[in-house]
Design a protein around this ligand. Sequence first.
Ligand SMILES: NC(=O)c1ccc[n+]([C@@H]2O[C@H](COP(=O)([O-])OP(=O)(O)OC[C@H]3O[C@@H](n4cnc5c(N)ncnc54)[C@H](OP(=O)(O)O)[C@@H]3O)[C@@H](O)[C@H]2O)c1
Length: 277
Amino acid sequence: MTILLTGVSSGIGLATARLLLEAGHQVYGTVRKPADAEQLARYPAFSALIMDVTHRASIKAALQVIADAGQPLHVVVNNSGIAVSGPLETIAEPDYRRQFEVNVFGTLAVCQEALPLLHAARAAGEENVKIVNVSSVSGYVTAPFTSLYSSSKFAVEAITDGLRRELDPFGIDVVSVAPGPVKTPIWDKAKGQTKAFEGTRYEYILEKLDPYLESTARSAIPVATVARKIKEVVEAHRPRPDQLVMNKGWMVRIARQLPKRLQDKLFLKNIEANRRY
Ligand SMILES: NC(=O)c1ccc[n+]([C@@H]2O[C@H](COP(=O)([O-])OP(=O)(O)OC[C@H]3O[C@@H](n4cnc5c(N)ncnc54)[C@H](OP(=O)(O)O)[C@@H]3O)[C@@H](O)[C@H]2O)c1
């Protein structure tokens, strides 16, 4: 199969690209810095594309390269993403806009630009044509202080469900793969994000933040587990459309059915000791 996979510079994208290439697929992997593509250069079936998902022109240019190659495009995996944390009350406008620009509007823009090629593949008789969106457990439930990231992944879930229903008549499937915490550089990138807490009424959270991130990182699943799930979903005909990839994922599926006040209690356990009123 021919697959477009965004964000192969590190983490889930890099591991998934390797796995798909080793399985014999042709992978167009996107990076923002050309040097990041060198890690995959030894695979003859790998082609690097330069793409920033927040720049429409760069998405168009990348898709044009695939169109010019003349092979059908079977699958798009929207993996690029960032995690912005902080209290919703204080998070700065450029930061909250960036969260949505990358995770939501970037995903949508890649879908829009790639869909003509996916429709063309169907018209040429290709089977198993689909979009796979990398969402998150944060697209199922909302933890405090990563609520903005969560809202972006809830949007990714809605885009996934909506697109699947809109594209069903055209024989194009759309599914999401939602990992729980995974050992990737995204955690280190999140570590320095203290601006939204400092000097605000939420400063007391800061002392808990690094230990929390560290303990989450410790309980995180290996990146290879997520890569295997994405490969499985890419290759499967009509896979389950909402794939939650984490230990005890069933607990999350139950938790999100609970009454909201009960869900609050689960999330507020740690904050309770610091109640301010
Ligand atoms: N790690 C987790 O615990 C976890 C859990 C659930 C879901 N996820 C999701 O999994 C996906 C991959 O994350 P990861 O954990 O593998 O993190 P990562 O190692 O930081 O990878 C993120 C990828 O997205 C790319 N990216 C960021 N901004 C971009 C932009 N404007 N345009 C194009 N590409 C951009 C990055 O490229 P650069 O190197 O150029 O920045 C990188 O290749 C994300 O959607 C994330 O939300 C991660």
